[in-house]
Design a protein around this ligand. Structure first.
Ligand code: ADP
Ligand code: TPW
Ligand code: MG
Length: 577
């Protein structure tokens, strides 16, 4: 019996809600099913209550890894991935991931608790004091702070819309500690919530832009299509494939767009990349930027100056002419653009001159044949090719597994050697080439897709997020982590240039056993010294679906400095005595 009932003269008690409940209700109303984070003041109870309310709350060991998980969840689902952190230090850890998500055009919301505004603004030294909103602003797409419980509904709605509409990116939502405890009438609270209608509205390209693009493409003698992760993100897989096939042009997938059409597709120019880039006369950019990864669309790799005309399909108008002139800009969401292009192509689209495709195919087959024997070697210690030959076959047999990849040589050689067969099955270091996304990506990939995950990570790369193997074991996720252990960064053979006792800056403990770390948390661990051992260990892990770490012993002298991007690495030419 309530107090009101025992006291006949009291007004009937109104039902109340508070900031905690309103944030949870707002997220649930908008279909947020999972939160990635680390607990602590002032969001410990929030995490508990969210779990109690049926949201899956995945607790990490470090916010950067939770943030990377949220970011890749956004990429995989087209819904913003949510990361939850404590104030100042936790916020800063999560912010690195938010900036990375924004750089990669992944939708994500970082929700951080913060300290008391009055004290922060007067810089009077509050617990974990920091002006988080101001710091987040330049590093993400949008940043909002909520001071009144009644504004939580609209703030969450804005955050969701900002993250997923137009070019996706990271959004920061600042929730001061006091907000969580603010009480308001439950009915008014429920009314204040907003279910976002059509959070990422279709952006239809102009008919004139479609016509211009098709006229340009039709005039090409040597067309090339470059697919980027924006195209993979769009989930317009069938139409993209139809467009590429109808065009008859070779296509080149950027790293995370591999598998959008299978790497084994007859039009894939992956193994003839240099020829395709240098010799194409019309290039169709689909959800890919002409940034450093494509030498900014100019320079030696792009053939003779002035030899190209670019068509670019992108949701972000300002991407056009960012590096070179775009003769046919098509601005809109990928699905709408590709469907308009397909309509405009009609029933009969003229194939490009057959010599062009033949040239690409000949080059590709030649390169593949040259590589084949290296991939079959059974050397011990392993080189990258021997190890990757085995993993390539495993991925082919298990095309629905998600590959997570980071490192330098480990990254570049895996990208080149391991074919991907389905869309969004390759997750890697992205636009920044950042180390440390590995284990966060593994956790979210397993949770969001319910598919098995295979990570191929350098020993250095692994170290940035390695402690999250505890998280992988705790949630019993089907993740097999293969650490390419060459005793260091790029190579494990450097010596101290000064001759002192300290090891060289790029080398680690020799012959470390990363597999034993996994066993400490109840997972399986195996040490592989030859391709045969590697095959057995990884197949067993993938069959079991149990958390496993395979320590793959790679010849410490097999790699090259900076992998395939040594050209970007400044090196001193001055010799001092
Ligand atoms: P990659 O690294 O694979 O080359 P980028 O990250 O450089 O790809 O480029 C991705 C591009 O895709 C960005 O310019 C972004 O604006 C664009 N993009 C993202 N989502 C969509 C979408 N739904 N439709 C069209 N373009 C998109
Ligand atoms: C956040 C610089 C690029 S690649 C790499 C580092 C440290 C590690 C390469 O060694 P690994 O691979 O992983 O063992 P392998 O096969 O060549 O031996 N800090 C951040 N991001 C980057 N990119 C770096 C440092 C770097
Ligand atoms: Mg290494």
């Amino acid at each position: 019996m309530s107090d009101a009932a025992t006291k006949p003269d009291a007004a009937p008690e109104r039902e109340l809600t508070d900031g905690f409940h309103l944030v949870i209700d707002a997220l649930k109303l908008n279909g947020v099913e999972t939160i990635y984070g680390v607990p602590g003041i002032p969001i410990t109870d929030f995490g508990r209550m969210a779990q109690g309310a049926g949201i899956r709350v995945i607790s990490f060991r470090h916010e950067q890894n939770a943030g990377n998980a949220a970011a890749i969840a956004g990429y995989l689902t087209k819904k913003p991935g949510v990361c939850l952190t404590v104030s100042a230090p936790g916020f800063l850890n999560g912010l690195a991931a938010l900036a990375n998500a924004t750089t990669n055009c992944f939708p994500m919301i970082l929700i951080s608790g913060s300290s008391e505004r009055e004290i922060v603004d007067l810089q009077q030294g509050d617990y974990e004091e920091m002006d988080q909103l101001a710091i987040a602003k330049p590093l993400c797409k949008a940043a909002y702070r909520v001071l009144h419980a009644a504004d939580i509904g609209i703030a969450v709605a804005r955050a969701i819309r900002a993250a997923v509409s137009g070019r996706p990116g990271g959004v920061y939502l600042d929730l001061p500690a006091k907000l969580f405890g603010q009480v308001m009438d439950a009915e008014a609270g429920a009314k204040s919530l907003v279910k976002v209608i059509d959070p990422a509205p279709a952006q239809i390209p102009a008919p004139a832009a479609i016509k211009r693009a098709l006229d340009t493409l039709k005039s090409a003698k040597r067309p090339l299509i470059i697919l980027g992760k924006g195209a993979a993100y769009a989930q317009a897989d069938a139409d993209i494939r139809a467009f590429v096939e109808k065009s008859g042009a070779p296509f080149l997938p950027m790293s995370m767009a591999k598998g959008l059409l299978p790497d084994t597709h007859p039009q894939c120019a992956g193994a003839a990349r240099s020829t395709a880039l240098a010799e194409a006369d019309v290039v169709v950019m689909m959800g890919a930027r002409l940034n450093w990864l494509l030498s900014h669309g100019k320079g030696k790799s792009w053939g003779a100056p002035g030899s190209k005309r670019f068509i670019q399909i992108d949701i972000e108008p300002r991407e056009m002419d960012s590096n070179v002139e775009i003769v046919a800009p098509v601005v809109g969401d990928m699905g709408s653009c590709v469907s308009a292009l397909l309509d405009g192509m009609g029933a009969h689209w003229p194939a490009p001159p057959p010599e062009w495709m033949k040239k690409i195919v000949d080059k590709r087959e030649d390169n593949i044949a040259k590589m084949a024997p290296r991939l079959m070697n059974n050397n011990s210690p392993m080189d990258y090719h021997g190890a990757l030959g085995v993993l390539r076959a495993i991925v082919k047999e298990r095309p629905d597994a998600i590959l997570v990849n980071e490192g330098a040589n480990t990254l570049d050689l895996t990208r080149g050697i391991v074919d991907i067969h389905q869309p969004r099955k390759r997750l890697d270091v992205g636009t920044w080439g950042v180390m440390g996304v590995g284990m966060g990506y593994c956790v979210a990939a397993a949770i969001e897709t319910k598919k098995p995950v295979l990570a191929i990570v350098g020993d250095s790369a692994f170290g940035f997020s390695g402690i999250e193997i505890e998280t992988i074991c705790r949630y019993d996720l089907p993740v097999c982590v293969v650490v390419f252990n060459n005793n260091g960064i790029y190579r494990g053979t450097d010596v101290n240039a000064g001759g002192g006792a300290d090891p060289a800056t790029t080398v680690f403990v020799k012959d470390a056993r990363y597999d034993i770390m996994m066993r400490a948390f109840g997972g399986a661990g195996a040490n592989a010294t030859s391709p045969d051992e590697l095959r057995r260990a990884v197949n067993a892990a993938m069959d079991s679906g149990k958390p496993t770490l395979v320590n793959a012993c790679i010849d410490p002298s097999a790699g090259t400095e900076s992998g395939r991007i040594g050209n970007l690495n400044p090196q001193s030419v001055v010799k001092k005595k």
